[in-house]
Design a protein around this ligand. Sequence first.
Ligand SMILES: Cc1cc2nc3c(=O)[nH]c(=O)nc-3n(C[C@H](O)[C@H](O)[C@H](O)COP(=O)(O)OP(=O)(O)OC[C@H]3O[C@@H](n4cnc5c(N)ncnc54)[C@H](O)[C@@H]3O)c2cc1C
Ligand code: SF4
Length: 474
Amino acid sequence: MGNPKAFLTIHRQEAGYRPIEERIDDFSEVEQTLNSSDRRTQASRCMDCGIPFCHWACPIGNKQPEWQDLLYKGKWREAYRLLEQTCDFPEFTGRVCPALCEKSCVLKLSCEEPVTIRENEVAIIEVAFREGFIQPVQPVRKGKRVAVIGSGPAGLTAANQLNRKGYDVTVFEKYELPGGLLRFGIPNFKLGKNIIDRRIRLMEQEGVTFRVNTMVGNEVSAKEIASTFDAVCVAIGSEVPRDLPIEGRNLKGVHFALELLSQQNRILEGINIPPKNIINCKGKKVLVIGGGDTGSDCVGTANRHKAASITQIEIMPQPPVGHNPATPWPMYPQVLKTSSSHEEGCIRRWNLASVRFIGDKNILKGVEVEEVEWLPAQAGGRPEMRKTGHKEVIEADLVFLAMGFVHPEQEGLIKELSLAVDERKNIAINPATNRVGNTNVFACGDAVSGASLVVRAMASGRQAAKGIDKYLSV
Ligand SMILES: Cc1cc2nc3c(=O)[nH]c(=O)nc-3n(C[C@H](O)[C@H](O)[C@H](O)COP(=O)(O)OP(=O)(O)OC[C@H]3O[C@@H](n4cnc5c(N)ncnc54)[C@H](O)[C@@H]3O)c2cc1C
Ligand code: SF4
């Protein structure tokens, strides 16, 4: 630790976002960067606590205090070397991770000013790419083949780990381009897709084969995969969105959030969308149902389309600002999140349940909502919702449903693959190795956990790779 007292005099400084009036006109990343001197000053704030809770909080076990120290000393190459030991893709986590580590930082717990760990992480990896610290490695080959199904952060991590161990890895992806939700879910203004392309290029140079437009179970059968490869890693995500089956659900104008988000990302990739399918919010009254991050991504997208108005509603109550006594550390703090998209303009409302979609000649005109209240949990149970009878209609031309994903819906493929090699029908996933029964099939990411986070998918991908390596090494 270079400067043991820095945290007493230096305050947290975030790089912040580009000005709203500028960023609202494009889909480029909104987050800015600090110059390297200020970045190093921020790294100096890390106290290298006796027990660094940030280690514990990070699902991939990043060694934050150690690389903060190297960063502070200007040893960027060494900082990168340490970071890459635990994190396959810091350029993704450094941009989109909700920074679980920062919620556990002692400087957060003591004075609400955690070290800027996430931003420091992305600064290290960007310098590493820029300065050429990252060069393709050519592992010694073992002569064994692994199929990875799905190219989201879980599949990419498993592929990267296994390839670097010398396995011949083929990644199967049903869509046009690899990346999973990094590519066709998370908006470009949070994660530029050139960042994914750069990593995929590197992985290809290192020997990973990507087969896009190839759906396992369709273009290639589960049986063929199971018999051609020595092991299979299923990383197919959790793709079925939670629906809202109320009156009027089939009206024109009601969409799942991902219909908007994935389409927008495809348009920005130059992928052709038939004009009749294009969802454009320009001049429309937009209502987003669901108060979480996916909903916030819809808000940012609708603002860039120049919607006439945007409202985001949530059935749960508004969480407190800053600190929530109901979720003390080490629980994840349930506090009000104001994203860059919210800052750009949107009405946010809470305690509203959707009653019915209202339309005219099959076209959406609004949503009837009812105010609800939440009664405190009885004996540790869940809070109880009570309808108040106060109803109103929110006018809307477009509704985006952002209420999470249903899980598990992908059991089908995992089961199919496993049964192709093991007729004993044991398809339980071993949580320690990610192995499915006694088969050569392993599973990871959202497909196993349900919808989660990029960093958790990456942690799971690493664990599956470890399990596969162990399995193929005996
Ligand atoms: C809109 C949105 C925004 C998000 N924002 C964030 C964020 O800011 N930060 C964060 O940490 N997390 C975020 N998340 C969550 C995060 O993206 C996911 O938890 C993560 O991507 C899961 O990774 P995965 O690899 O398990 O699955 P996915 O990323 O879903 O990848 C699965 C891949 O498998 C492919 N596939 C499926 N079936 C087959 C098949 N049969 N054959 C071949 N390929 C197949 C799919 O096409 C897909 O490419 C967001 C999620 C959404 C929906
Ligand atoms: S991956 Fe997320 S939790 Fe881990 S160090 Fe980076 S920002 Fe923190």
